[in-house]
Design a protein around this ligand. Structure first.
Ligand code: ARG
Length: 292
């Protein structure tokens, strides 16, 4: 695919988080949660979330991003802090913001969606329900190529292939499907970071041959991240932002290879500790939503 031919798209530069006072591990929604029920340290979780929020606040203050907000986590929603999953904000060809809400796999997580819907309504977004009747988990499985009207869509765990087809028609935008074949990488945002139109960071183990070929055919440079960083360290759940002034990344600490790649590529890198959230299968990327 020649990315030069794909229309451009402005990057969203507002950050939304969801406060973690009701974050808990109560069941096993993904393999990372096995044996972790009740094992989260609540105080530590609050501090870790605050540290991430402070990074975005300072990036906002310095004018690199446009805004930082959070919505308050609801008491019956133990995973709501992972606010990358309930929605997919997008922009139409006329530059009007729109959002497609998720149809989440787990009933307890479906309860999170209306809170985000109200948030987008308050911003005057056009809000759409998910197409068809298949699963869709928002930005967890829909990763746009920076600056382009092109989306990679992960499927197999939390999002259905049929939904990707329907969504592609709904948005009039190509969605390149990638089957996720490894339980450790149950959302696309755990194994794939397109840095720009040239370079992508991936966990090779997450994809089958055709998915891998698709990624190789799209990006001139594909950097494979070792399994100890991708699966254990959630390195590919880093949040990479093309700010107004400079690019930056927020990444789980102790991922030296991925961190050095990002630094070499010119990113200002913030290393944070998300240990309590990793017990639930998520890290930085899952804990925020970029919106217009
Ligand atoms: N416990 C949550 C779940 O399994 C974690 C979600 C992490 N989010 C992500 N985008 N990978 O649903």
């Amino acid at each position: 695919m020649d990315l030069q031919l794909i229309p451009n798209r402005p990057e969203p530069l507002y950050v939304l988080l969801c406060s973690p006072e009701h974050f808990k591990i109560v069941d096993v929604k993904n393999v990372h949660m096995q044996g972790n029920s009740g094992k989260e340290d609540h105080q530590k979780a609050l501090e870790q979330w605050q540290a991430i929020y402070n990074i975005y606040l300072s990036e906002h203050k310095s004018g690199n991003i446009l805004g930082t907000k959070f919505i308050i986590g609801a008491s019956n929603c133990e995973d709501m802090v992972f606010c990358a999953n309930q929605s997919f904000p997008w922009i139409d060809v006329n530059g009007k913001p729109m959002v497609i809400m998720s149809r989440m796999r787990y009933p307890s997580r479906q309860n999170e969606v209306p809170f985000f819907e109200s948030f987008y309504q308050s911003l005057h977004y056009t809000v759409f329900p998910p197409p068809g009747d298949g699963l869709l988990e928002g930005m967890g499985d829909l990763i746009p190529v920076p600056g382009k009207m092109l989306i990679f869509g992960g499927y197999g765990h939390r999002t259905d292939l049929t939904t990707l087809d329907q969504l592609s028609k709904m948005l009039s935008c190509t969605i390149l499907p990638l089957e996720l074949v490894n339980d450790a990488f149950y959302h696309l945002d755990t194994c794939f970071i397109p840095l720009d139109t040239q370079t992508a960071l991936i966990a090779r183990e997450a994809f089958n041959q055709s998915g891998y070929d698709q990624i190789k055919a799209t990006f001139a440079e594909v950097i494979e991240i070792p399994l100890n960083e991708s699966a254990k360290g959630f390195a590919l759940n880093a949040h990479v932002v093309h700010g107004q002034r400079y690019p930056f990344a927020v990444i789980q600490k102790d991922n030296p290879f991925t961190t050095s790649v990002l630094k070499e590529k010119g990113y200002k890198v913030y290393e944070v500790d998300t240990s309590e959230y990793m017990k639930s299968g998520g890290s930085v990327f899952c804990m925020k939503m970029m919106h217009y």
